[in-house]
Design a protein around this ligand. Structure first.
Ligand SMILES: Cc1cc2nc3c(=O)[nH]c(=O)nc-3n(C[C@H](O)[C@H](O)[C@H](O)COP(=O)(O)OP(=O)(O)OC[C@H]3O[C@@H](n4cnc5c(N)ncnc54)[C@H](O)[C@@H]3O)c2cc1C
Length: 396
């Protein structure tokens, strides 16, 4: 029979970014905290994040950087714990960092430093970290949550669920948070892969011959004249379709059947040389103009789609417009195996935005990626993990 551990004031499920932060904050407030993780090590995703250097926050973080069925929900937590607060912690631990681009803050060295910092903070809060805890089940009786798992039985009046979303199952992602939400009567917004490469099929599959080609582009989603949610960053052709930061960002807004609309040369009149006096208009000058604005393999592919009809001004102008409004029709995403995050999750309508506590179940909290709040690429997902964790850590 597994032994009963404790007593505890708070049990936190999931020792990832949000769970570690929440446990540390609650522990340092004097709460007796158990932090329960099914992997053999805590914080595995932190270690692989940001290419191993952890893009731990973004100094330009605003609520507009997040997707949610309720765009207002994240405001309170994000304003109470801001990027500068996390940066103060990073500096207190003397972790060298730098700003890369677009306000993204990375460690100079390894992401390990961020995990060690969080573990240090948990130690200061005398958090009891339990790893290899499998087959978690939760019951509630007379205001106490009882957590049963292979590592024993843990009881507390507050339960914080920080087990993340479904992305990267091989790192230990599970749907436990959604199962627990449903068990306690909370709604779940259908989880879907986000920040995920898109797959091309049919005739468009031919573009995968450009695998490895990367170009600056403006990528948006939608059929209208003005595509939604445009992102100007790199686009990368892959052996299955499209990726790169601009496509990953747009993927969070994409749904099946919608086109991806791409401006391959934002702000540039690519074919302007063909309008210059005395310039010959033929396949060779067209290719040259394309090569001066685009990577060579992409330019050659664009040139190979045929000559503008009659080489008239109107035909060249139409070709120019096409370069700035190129549509791809992805047949799907690369799924949770490749998605950096999970969009959707525990419905914010059932949570208190200041504390992350379930409105109808006192003592039950959901934080981090498990919640229907999803950040853009660039450090925003960690900032949400920290902010929601601090909100709950102060409330438990
Ligand atoms: C490759 C990659 C790179 C990324 N890079 C960045 C970046 O640089 N910047 C950024 O802001 N975001 C980045 N992200 C996103 C970021 O890692 C997540 O948004 C963030 O980790 C979410 O924190 P969380 O604590 O909610 O979930 P997680 O960090 O996923 O933690 C959840 C924890 O719960 C545990 N768990 C899950 N199921 C169970 C269960 N059934 N029982 C017990 N324990 C369980 C997991 O093992 C894990 O330890 C990246 C994601 C990936 C996949």
């Amino acid at each position: 029979m597994p032994s009963i551990q404790g007593p505890f004031d708070v049990v936190v499920l999931g020792a990832g970014a949000a769970g570690l932060m929440c446990a540390a904050v609650a522990g340092q407030r004097g709460k007796r905290v158990a932090l329960i993780e099914h992997n053999a090590q805590p914080g595995r995703k932190i270690l692989i994040s940001g290419g191993g250097r952890c893009n731990f926050t973004n100094i330009h973080c605003t609520p507009a950087n997040f997707l949610s069925s309720n765009p207002h929900f994240a405001k309170s937590a994000l304003s109470l714990y801001q990027p500068r607060h996390f940066l103060e912690l990073v500096e207190r631990f003397r972790i060298p960092w730098h700003e890369k681009t677009l306000g993204q803050l990375f460690c100079d060295g390894s992401a390990r430093a961020i995990l060690d910092m969080l573990l240090g903070e948990c130690e200061r809060g005398q958090v009891e970290l339990v790893v290899n805890a499998r087959a978690i089940r939760v019951e509630r009786a007379s205001r106490m949550f009882r957590v049963h798992c292979s590592a024993g039985e843990f009881a507390a009046e507050a339960l914080v669920v920080a087990t993340g979303g479904l992305s990267i199952p091989k790192m230990g992602a599970t749907g436990l948070a959604y199962d627990l939400a449903r068990q306690f009567g909370l709604r779940v917004v259908e989880p879907r892969p986000a920040l995920v490469p898109l797959v091309l099929g049919g005739e468009e599959a031919g573009w995968t011959s450009l695998t490895g080609v990367s170009t600056d582009a403006l990528v948006g989603v939608g059929r209208t004249q003005f595509p939604r949610n445009q992102f100007r960053e790199k686009l990368l052709f892959t052996h299955r379709g499209l990726s790169g930061p601009a496509v990953l960002q747009a993927s969070s807004y994409w749904s099946a059947g919608e086109p991806l609309v791409i401006d391959f040369a934002p702000g540039t009149k690519v074919l302007a040389p063909l309008f210059a006096q005395g310039t010959r208009r033929d396949a060779s000058t067209l290719r040259q103009a394309l090569r001066s604005a685009l990577p060579q393999r992409l330019a050659d592919r664009m040139a190979s789609i045929g000559a503008p009809e009659g080489w008239t001004n109107a035909a060249l102008e139409a070709r120019e417009r096409h370069l700035h409004r190129w549509e791809f029709h992805p047949v799907g995403t690369e799924g949770f195996e490749k998605a950096e995050v999970t969009a959707g999750g525990v419905d914010t309508a059932d949570l208190n935005s200041r504390t992350m506590e379930a409105r109808a179940v006192p003592g039950l909290f959901f934080i981090g990626e498990a919640v229907d709040v999803t950040g853009h690429l660039g450090g925003f997902n960690f900032q949400w993990a920290w902010a929601s964790a601090v909100a709950a850590g102060r409330a438990v």
